[in-house]
Write a protein that binds this ligand. Structure first.
Ligand SMILES: Nc1ncnc2c1ncn2[C@@H]1O[C@H](COP(=O)(O)OP(=O)(O)O)[C@@H](O)[C@H]1O
Ligand SMILES: [Mg+2]
Length: 368
C-alpha cells in the first residue's frame, strides 16, 4: 500500500487523483453518537491488489467496509472508488460486492438460485442463458461445479462460504470486500481457503479488500496490510514490512509473537537491560524504552557455550516442524523461543540450563 498522502499545502485544492487506486479514503471518520468508530483514516488500495485490514475486534474494520459498500456514510471525509467520490451513491450503484461475515445466503433457495440472484435483479434483464452461463462459471471458479441444485442446508460450512463467494463475484465487481470470511471455518479448512482465495483473486484480477482480526491470515494472503487500532491506521506496508519493522509497540504485538524486555537507553547508544548487561544498539536517544524481540530471533545454546544470557527451560511445546520453549532467563524474566525441531536447539528438555543468544539488531525499541 502506498503511504497515506501528505497533508501539504496542495490539500486545499484536493490531492491529485491517482488512477492506479481502486479505493481511497481521504480523512474519513465515522461517529455513532459518542462512539468514534473510524477516526481520520487515509487509505489507498491499489488496483488489482489483495489488501488486508487487520486489527482487534472493535477497531473499525467493518465500519470501513460498510462505508465502501455504501451501507454507511462517513461523518467526515471522502470515500472514492475508481477515483469517483461516493457521496450519496447508493450501494447498488457501486462497483463493489461484499461477502458478509455470516454468509447471509437464502436458506430456502438452492445454490444456483443463490448465486444467480444478483444477475436476475439486473435491469434491463439478462437473457436466461446468460444468467445460467455466468452463474455456472462463478461456481466453477469456487470449485462448486456440480453443486448447482443442492440446498444450502445440504452444504458444509466451507461449501457455504464458496457459495457466498460465487454470489459476490458473479457480476464481476471491480472490488470484492470480504468481512472475516474465514472466521467460521475450522483451522484446516481455513488454511485451504486461504490458498483458494489467493488463487481466485489472481484468476479474477479484481481488487480484494479483506477484513480480519487474525494476523496469520492477513500476513499469509495479502500484498499489503493495513493495521488498525482504535479507529485509526497504525501502519501500512507489505506483510514483511509490518512484521519485520513494526512502527509501534501495538503493531509489534498485534502482528506476531513478541518478547518484552524493559531497559534504559544510555548515552552512546547502549541499552541497559534489567540484569545490568549493556547492549550496543546505536541511536542517540536516552531514557526508558520498551524493547521487543521476536521468538524466532533467539537461538538456544547449551549453558557451557558461555555466550548469551543464562536461563532455565521451563516448558517445551512440540508444534510439529517447530518447537516453542519458555525459558526463565536469570535476572530478565520469561522468554518465548521458537526453534526448528531438526536443529540442535530444538532438543533441549525442560529443566535444562541454556543460553539465549540474539543479534542486538533484532531488538525493536520504542519510547515508553
Ligand atoms: N451501528 C452502530 N451503532 C453504534 N456503534 C457502532 C455501530 N457499528 C459499529 N459501532 C461501534 O464502532 C466501533 C467499531 O466497530 P466495527 O467497525 O464493527 O469494528 P470491527 O469490525 O473492527 O470489529 C465499535 O466500538 C462498535 O461498537
Ligand atoms: Mg467486524
Amino acid at each position: 500500500m502506498k503511504p497515506a498522502k501528505e497533508q501539504g499545502t496542495s490539500r486545499a485544492k484536493g490531492p491529485a487523483i491517482d488512477p492506479s487506486n481502486d479505493i481511497e479514503f481521504r480523512a474519513v471518520s465515522k461517529r455513532y453518537g459518542d462512539v468514534t468508530a473510524v477516526a481520520g483514516v487515509d487509505l489507498a488500495v491499489p488496483k488489482g491488489a489483495f489488501v488486508a485490514l487487520l486489527g482487534p475486534s472493535g477497531c473499525g474494520k467493518t465500519t470501513c467496509l460498510r462505508m465502501i459498500g455504501g451501507f454507511e456514510q462517513p461523518t467526515e471525509g471522502t470515500v472514492l472508488i475508481e477515483n469517483r467520490p461516493m457521496n450519496g451513491v447508493p450501494p447498488y450503484q457501486r462497483p463493489v460486492n461484499m461477502v458478509f461475515q455470516h454468509y447471509a445466503l437464502f436458506p430456502h433457495l438452492d445454490v444456483m438460485a443463490n448465486v444467480s440472484y444478483g444477475l436476475r435483479q439486473m435491469r434491463p434483464p439478462l437473457a436466461r442463458t446468460e444468467v445460467q452461463r455466468r452463474s455456472e462459471e462463478a461456481l466453477e471458479l469456487v470449485r462448486l461445479g456440480g453443486y448447482a441444485r443442492r440446498r444450502i442446508h445440504e452444504l458444509s460450512g466451507g461449501q457455504q462460504q464458496r457459495v457466498a463467494l460465487a454470489r459476490a463475484i458473479v457480476n464481476r465487481p471491480a472490488v470484492l470486500l470480504l468481512d472475516e470470511p474465514l472466521a467460521a471455518l475450522d483451522r484446516k479448512l481455513r488454511t485451504a481457503m486461504q490458498f483458494e482465495l489467493q488463487t481466485l483473486q489472481r484468476e479474477l484480477g479484481i481488487t480484494f479488500l479483506l477484513v480480519t482480526h487474525d494476523q496469520e491470515e492477513a500476513l499469509s494472503m495479502s500484498d499489503f496490510v493495513c493495521v488498525m487500532n482504535a479507529g485509526r491506521v497504525a501502519q501500512t506496508g507489505t506483510p514483511r514490512e509490518v512484521y519485520d519493522t513494526p512502527n509501534s509497540l501495538f503493531v509489534a504485538d498485534f502482528v506476531g509473537k513478541t518478547n518484552h524486555l524493559s531497559g534504559t537507553l544510555e548515552p552512546g547508544g547502549v541499552l541497559r537491560l534489567a540484569n545490568g548487561v549493556g547492549l550496543a544498539v546505536g541511536g542517540n536517544g536516552t531514557g526508558r524504552v520498551a524493547v521487543v524481540l521476536r521468538p524466532e530471533a533467539i537461538r538456544l545454546h547449551p549453558e557451557a557455550a558461555g555466550r548469551g544470557f543464562a536461563g532455565t527451560v521451563t516448558h517445551r511445546i512440540f508444534l510439529g516442524s517447530t518447537v516453542e520453549y519458555a525459558v526463565a532467563a536469570d535476572g530478565l524474566g520469561d522468554f518465548l523461543v521458537t526453534a526448528d525441531r531438526g536443529k540442535s536447539d530444538g532438543t533441549a528438555e525442560p529443566g535444562a540450563r541454556v543460553r539465549l543468544a540474539f543479534d542486538p539488531t533484532a531488538l525493536h525499541l520504542y519510547p515508553s
